[in-house]
Design a protein around this ligand. Structure first.
Ligand code: ATP
Ligand code: MG
Ligand code: MG
Length: 534
């Protein structure tokens, strides 16, 4: 299924540089296979796809930035491919940074020989301080021979090699700290998911990116604006290594309130069991938001609407859900559910002719087919509705007509100081000639004389309690304690036919997505889909 909306409304005039007729434009999406894609990644992927395939007739490369074996897995790589396909993104080429490990190694050796890089064993903290203060490393002026020898030691993954890294000799004290001798190679003896134990040294993203972009013919490297400071570094490699030029183009990172969009933190909450997995409906992953009921064309539309702006904002989820509502409303059939707790048996006086079944439209505005509505003398209603009725009041039974409240039976809860009463039974008298426009209560009901379907309605809340977590905030301190509410209910017989992923509406309860169908007497599980309104 192609997730691409016919018209997602995107058309950016702020173009890229030197595009000519557009056929030569090459962009790339470079995920690290260290987690599942989240909606921030979706923005990066969709923008690259937009420029390569919609705005221009160029090429899109999917490149796995697989340079850190400690974090990467085949499972993540496969999921990324699937999720991109789901979003309607078809890369013209798939590549792996690890395919270039031989080449990158040779480039590094040459850079060392040319005096453009050196081996360093300064302790991490110390190195950080020196970079902050613009102090040269004690190893900065080491000889080429020494540097090459240390690099060879690193390559063996020996204990000695592990103490070293390679740094590009850019600057000690440039005001742009990204230029203060960045690390370009690290030693890591762990096995890589593609190259196994061939390598014990891995190039950093900063080093690979310009080289591989240039080699693969990328014309425009799109990056989030936090990388702006690193553009100069990127261009230093292009120039120093005499590579074909590549433009850097920045766009705003996507952030949402009360939402983690850092793979490190998402990995943590998955590993610690705060959520059930990467596809938990509370996760901001593509799989998570889909499970919550987001339609792929809505995701595309929402993200492309953000456009190529460079202003970073902390988005509110409301407009996201409002966009999604436009997509789900026309396809959401209407059904009825009544909460199980204290549901009220009601006798409909004046209903003659026993149990009847009528065919009704599944949606008032769109043709989604018909459903069965069962009419009978014995029906069920919600406790909350029954509580609100006054003796003699005229109300409307949805999809049926008006009725007058005749008799209300209560049980008095002796524990309640305020005399809280549970309605234990009701008698209604049909008044079908009554005008439904004159009543203030339109209530849902279900005939008891049908195979009612047990359902579980699940609603979710944000995982964190603070709009924006700061760097110094401890995640544990801001985890929401209750993020899931489950309510048991019964639904009309049509609901038995719903399939996983179907999106529908329970009258007066809102939109839902089927997470588990009704089967073997086990309840159907439906996830509430937010709509951005209150
Ligand atoms: P994290 O920082 O969460 O670990 P990452 O950026 O390191 O994520 P990558 O797999 O390297 O994860 O990201 C692939 C691409 O997605 C990169 O080009 C990155 O800039 C982009 N990206 C990541 N997060 C966002 C975001 N929130 N908004 C827009 N683009 C993003
Ligand atoms: Mg990254
Ligand atoms: Mg990152």
């Amino acid at each position: 299924k192609d997730g691409k909306a016919k018209d997602d409304g995107a058309n950016y005039d702020i173009g890229l540089q030197d595009v000519g007729d557009g056929t030569g434009v090459v962009t790339r999406f470079p995920p690290e296979p260290s987690g599942y894609l989240h909606i921030g990644h979706a923005k990066a992927a969709l923008l690259n796809d937009y420029f390569a395939h919609e705005k221009y007739k160029g090429k899109l490369i999917l490149r796995f930035d697989d340079t850190n074996p400690t974090k990467e897995k085949q499972e993540f790589q496969d999921a990324i491919v699937e999720d991109l396909a789901l979003m309607g993104i078809k890369p013209d080429q798939v590549s792996y940074t690890s395919d270039y490990f031989d080449h990158l190694y040779e480039v590094c050796v040459q850079l060392i020989k040319d005096g453009g890089a050196y081996a360093d064993d300064t302790a991490q903290d110390r190195m950080r301080e020196e970079r902050m203060d613009g102090i040269a490393s004690a190893r900065r002026e080491a000889s080429v021979e020494d540097n090459l020898a240390h690099f060879e030691e690193m390559k063996k993954g020996s204990e000695e090699g592990l103490k070293w890294c390679i740094r590009a000799k850019m600057s000690v004290d440039d005001p742009n700290k990204a230029l203060r001798d960045p690390v370009i190679y690290r030693c890591n003896p762990e096995a890589h998911h593609r190259t196994g134990s061939t390598w014990k040294i891995y190039p950093t993203y900063d080093f690979c990116c310009p080289i591989v972009d240039s080699l693969e013919g990328v014309t425009h490297a799109l990056r989030t604006t936090e990388y702006n400071d690193r553009d100069a570094q990127y261009q230093w490699f292009i120039k120093t290594l005499k590579l074909r030029g590549v433009y850097n183009w920045g766009f705003a990172r996507l952030n949402f309130i009360r939402t983690l969009l850092s793979k490190r933190k998402l990995t943590k909450i998955v590993d610690e069991g705060v959520v059930t997995g990467w596809d938990d409906a509370r996760m901001p992953t593509i799989r998570g938001v889909r499970r919550r009921g987001v339609q792929v064309p809505a995701l595309r539309e929402f993200i492309l609407k953000q456009g190529p702006s460079k202003n970073i904002v902390n988005m509110d989820w409301n407009s996201f859900w409002a966009t999604n509502k436009k997509h789900i409303d026309p396809v959401a059939a209407r059904y009825t559910a009544i909460a199980d707790a204290n549901k009220v048996p009601v006798t409909v006086v004046g209903h003659t002719g026993g149990t009847t079944i009528e065919e009704k439209a599944k949606h008032a505005k769109y043709d989604l087919g018909k459903k069965k509505v069962v009419f009978s003398k014995d029906i069920l209603m919600e406790q909350e509705d029954a509580q609100s009725f006054a003796q003699g009041e005229e109300i409307t039974l949805m999809n049926w007509g008006n009725a007058i409240v005749k008799n209300i039976s209560h049980s008095i809860n002796p524990l309640s100081a305020h005399g809280f009463k549970t309605v234990t039974g009701l008698e209604l008298e049909l008044h079908l000639q009554g005008d439904v426009k004159t009543t203030s209560k339109k209530v849902t009901w279900l005939s008891k004389d049908q195979n009612l379907v047990p359902v579980e309605l699940v609603d979710f809340d944000y995982l964190i309690t603070k709009d924006k977590l700061e760097e110094e905030d401890k995640l544990e301190d801001f985890l929401n304690k209750k993020t899931e509410t489950r309510v048991k209910a019964v639904a009309d017989l049509n609901v038995a036919d719903l399939k996983v992923d179907d999106v529908f509406q329970f009258d007066r309860k809102g939109y839902f997505r089927v997470d588990k169908a009704f089967q073997h007497g086990e309840p159907l599980v439906a996830y509430k889909i937010p709509t951005g309104g209150k």
